[in-house]
Design a protein around this ligand. Structure first.
Ligand code: OSB
Ligand code: MG
Length: 360
């Protein structure tokens, strides 16, 4: 068995601005495992700084390269790997990079496309878009383009004091399925700002308050009528259950990378439905490799809301895969090939590689 990692830096077509900063590149770690003639791949959703969560590429490289790699020498099934890595606290992004690598491996080993291997797939994902913050005319133009491309839900990034973005979009497009994502920018004391957002018939407000909070989100949910969707706060199936139990949210943005992988993603979707909640699959500006896991997950019938995964060409002029996703009528078809079903463009991968390392 061979396990290697590639640190890649790929320019984004448009810089992506959230309340926590602007990203101009996707700084990803790509993992490549070779075993018994099978090539499996995955991507860590970390980036060069710990802005969205506490992990970054350096911590993920340490956790995987020094610790988790010891649990994968015999290529365990994803379930077994997750059991072995319970002794490592947190570091879900690192764990999920390996968990997903093993899912790709085992679905290839069983000669099945990942979406079918995971569970009941629709064969396609319902696509929504996440639009970063910029000047109002540009944001409205991007919303218009998204409507023309038939996205099923449009999400815009906001921050405290930029509620004008929502008003301007609603004034222009009164009927679209619209949501906002604050990436933790508000505090519970900012109720007057949050109440402004409550006027615009939003599908939900994503992660208004702190990334580790459930209690204030629960209070907030009783003071506004717009549903709350949690992203950063939901780091495990247990957290999801607690959040739903106390009414901190009724919608969850599941990112397999944030919750420790695909097994936990499936668990969270099931728990949410037990509570009458809804789930969708988010994204972290992944390359075609990470994106293919998100699309496979988003195609599952237990995922009931459109997610954040756009086709590759929203992000990169040239991706590191040979078969990029296309969008048709607001849906993206899952790949047919075994596993994640992507062909890796080694020329592009090596071209974007800043450093590479053999781990095992
Ligand atoms: O909060 O969902 C988020 C990107 C990076 C970090 C956090 C988030 C996002 C997105 C982009 O919203 C979703 C995507 O297009 O991949
Ligand atoms: Mg979010």
């Amino acid at each position: 068995m061979e396990l290697s990692l590639y640190n890649v830096k790929i320019p984004l077509i448009t810089p992506f601005t959230t309340s926590f900063g602007t990203e101009e590149y996707r700084d990803a770690i790509i993992f490549h495992m070779k075993n018994e003639g099978i090539d499996a791949f995955s991507e860590s959703v970390t980036s060069s700084i710990p802005d969205y969560g506490y992990e970054d590429n350096t911590t993920a490289t340490h956790i995987i390269g020094d610790i988790l790699c010891k649990y994968v020498t015999d290529v365990p099934a994803p379930e077994e790997f997750m059991k072995r890595s319970q002794s490592v606290r947190g570091h879900n992004m690192a764990k999920s990079a390996i968990e997903m690598l093993l899912w790709d491996y085992y679905s290839k080993y069983n000669k099945k496309p990942l979406d079918r291997y995971l569970g009941e797939s629709r064969g396609y994902a319902n696509a929504g878009i996440s639009i970063g913050m910029s000047d109002l005319p540009s944001m409205i133009r991007q919303v218009g383009q998204a409507i023309n491309r038939k996205y099923k839900r449009i999400k815009v990034k906001i921050r405290k004091g930029r509620e004008d973005i929502v008003k301007a979009i609603r004034d222009t497009y009164p009927d679209i399925h619209l949501s906002v994502d604050a990436n933790t920018d508000y505090s519970y004391g900012d109720l007057e700002y949050l109440k402004k957002l409550d006027r615009y018939n939003l599908e939900y407000i994503e992660q208004p308050l702190a990334g580790d909070d459930l209690i204030y989100h629960s209070r907030l949910s009783r003071q506004i009528s717009t549903p709350i969707c949690l992203d950063e706060s939901i780091t495990s199936p247990e957290k999801a259950e607690k959040a739903l139990e106390i009414g901190a949210c009724s919608v969850i943005n599941i990112k397999p990378g944030r919750v420790g992988g695909l097994l936990n993603s499936i668990k969270i979707a099931k728990i949410a439905h037990e509570y009458g909640g809804h789930v969708w699959i988010g994204g972290m500006l992944e390359t075609g490799i990470g994106r293919s896991f998100n699309i496979a997950m988003a195609s599952q019938k237990i995922v009931d809301f459109p997610g954040d995964t756009s086709p590759n060409d929203k992000y990169f002029k040239k991706d590191i895969v040979t078969n990029v996703f296309q969008m048709e009528d607001g849906t993206i078809k899952t790949n047919d090939g075994p596993g994640i079903g992507v062909g890796v463009d080694y020329g592009a991968l090596f071209g974007y590689t800043i450093s590479a390392r053999r781990i095992l």
